[in-house]
Write a protein of this length. Structure first.
Length: 449
């Protein structure tokens, strides 16, 4: 056999073998990856949600479940002093006992699930992950849910649920400012009225709402404004969604999210079933003040913070030292920042680029929850900015039909030429007129932080 023929034969034999070995190796890698992916399937918690009783199944009333986490509403006065509103043990009484003490509800059949029994500030974000999944599990069986919790961090817990619960059914968060067993307690009335709101079905597609003192608020907008008063909750800039006026539940406005009811855009981008609770990152809040130092930001970064919300002065301003620390955190560690205001209301507009995102009118506590969930799902700052400026902003845009859209975008009015009256000519013939020409509309106004 000649040398040339030998080389041809070698190529014909070796090349197919080489290709086969590469394909086999790639298949092995793919199989390994699939096995790893299967091994890393997200472990989800399970919950012993009570089944709807036979009596409730045959009743014409809607079935409402109260998911209890404790708080002041389930609190007991210390030393038997029924006149001390501040000295009590939060999260003492089980919810089944509290519901049993209420008058038989006129608008709902009520069941209970005891998720936990402690103060709201004692819950970790990982526990809120479980709470959200528990609420969704309950809503697979029940018509609506009431979640009881302490008022200290109620607005954060409610907004976490608003961002993560997948069901469109009503979720109503309530609590109390006075423990269950003191004189003048607001706990029983708040619990009864929250069940009434949930059973009315009037907040379906609203996301999570908060109801205390007969006033209904959107979870995104509500905040605690006083350390002691019963009317502590308010929604600066926006006000209430509605009220509970016996025997009616009155809804006078809807959150922007409700306008997307029944569409894919209604869904939250944060499906907790697709991530592990261990992927929830550390996100902190840095408060600005006169000549604020940068130590808080540096300390948060050192402790592993992936995101930081700044509660700035005025329209989100921070001191030069904080600004320098923020720049270093972005440059050296890729930390994502969200700018909010400490004033209690007002919007911070987004600049459109970089690692600092405008928080719109979210307060710092709400912005932290949105940033925390965003970073759990992606490291892409542009995607996070998109979530803040769409789902997080929740401004109103209603499509009337395919040709007409009402939007909140700020547009400059079209420029118009001033009308000029020419002297009438000395003739009986009519003067021909030029067709009106509209000037182009101005560009959309861009507001920088």
């Amino acid at each position: 056999m000649t040398e040339g023929a030998r080389n041809v034969l070698t190529k014909k034999v070796l090349i197919p073998l080489l290709v086969l070995s590469l394909v086999t190796a790639m298949a092995g890698v793919l199989v390994k990856r699939n096995l790893v992916g299967a091994a890393e399937a997200v472990p989800l918690p399970t919950f012993n949600i009570p089944a709807v009783s036979e009596a409730h199944q045959t009743s014409p009333l809607p079935n409402v479940i109260v998911v209890a986490t404790g708080g002041t509403l389930a609190g007991a006065a210390r030393n038997g002093d029924k006149t001390n509103f501040q000295n009590y043990a939060a999260g003492t009484y089980p919810m089944a006992d509290l519901v049993a003490q209420l008058p038989t509800h006129k608008t709902a059949d009520v069941s209970t699930f005891q998720f936990g029994n402690k103060g709201s500030g004692g819950y970790t974000v990982k526990e809120l992950y479980d709470l959200s999944l528990a609420v969704d599990a309950a809503l697979e069986i029940y018509d609506s849910a009431v979640v009881t919790t302490g008022t200290d961090t109620m607005e954060e817990i409610a907004y976490f649920l608003d961002l993560t619960v997948r069901s469109e059914k009503p979720v109503v968060v309530t609590g109390a400012m006075r423990p269950w067993d003191v004189i003048g307690t607001d706990g029983p009335a708040n619990l009864y009225q929250a069940i009434k709101v949930a059973s009315s079905n009037k907040t379906k597609w609203f996301g999570t709402v908060v109801m205390l003192n007969d006033v209904i608020f959107a979870a995104r907008e509500v905040t605690k404004t006083n350390s002691h008063r019963l009317d502590t909750f308010d929604a600066p800039m926006f006000g209430a969604l509605g009220y509970v006026d016996d025997p009616a539940v009155r809804i006078y406005r809807a959150p922007a999210r409700a306008a997307k009811a029944g569409t894919p855009e209604w869904n939250s981008p944060f499906d907790l079933k697709t991530i592990s609770k261990d992927s929830l990152p550390v996100v902190e809040i840095a408060y600005n003040y006169q000549e604020a130092g940068g130590g808080a930001i540096r300390g948060f970064v050192e402790d592993g913070a992936k995101g930081i919300v700044t509660a700035g002065t005025g329209a989100g301003g921070i001191s030069s030292k904080m600004s320098a620390a923020r720049t270093a955190a972005i440059r050296d560690h890729g930390v994502v920042f969200v700018s909010t205001t400490r004033t209690g209301s007002g919007s911070i507009y987004d600049g459109g680029s970089g690692n600092t995102i405008g928080g719109d009118n979210l307060n710092a506590a709400h912005a932290r929850m949105l940033l925390l969930l965003s970073l759990a799902f992606t490291n892409d700052v542009n995607a996070i900015r998109g979530w803040f400026t769409t789902f997080g902003t929740q401004d109103v845009e209603i499509s009337v039909d395919e040709h007409t859209v009402l939007s909140t975008s700020i547009e400059e009015p079209a420029a118009e030429e001033p009308a000029v009256t020419e002297p009438a000519p000395e003739t009986t013939e009519p003067e021909p007129t030029e067709p009106a020409v509209a000037e182009p509309a101005g560009e959309e106004a861009v507001v920088s932080p």
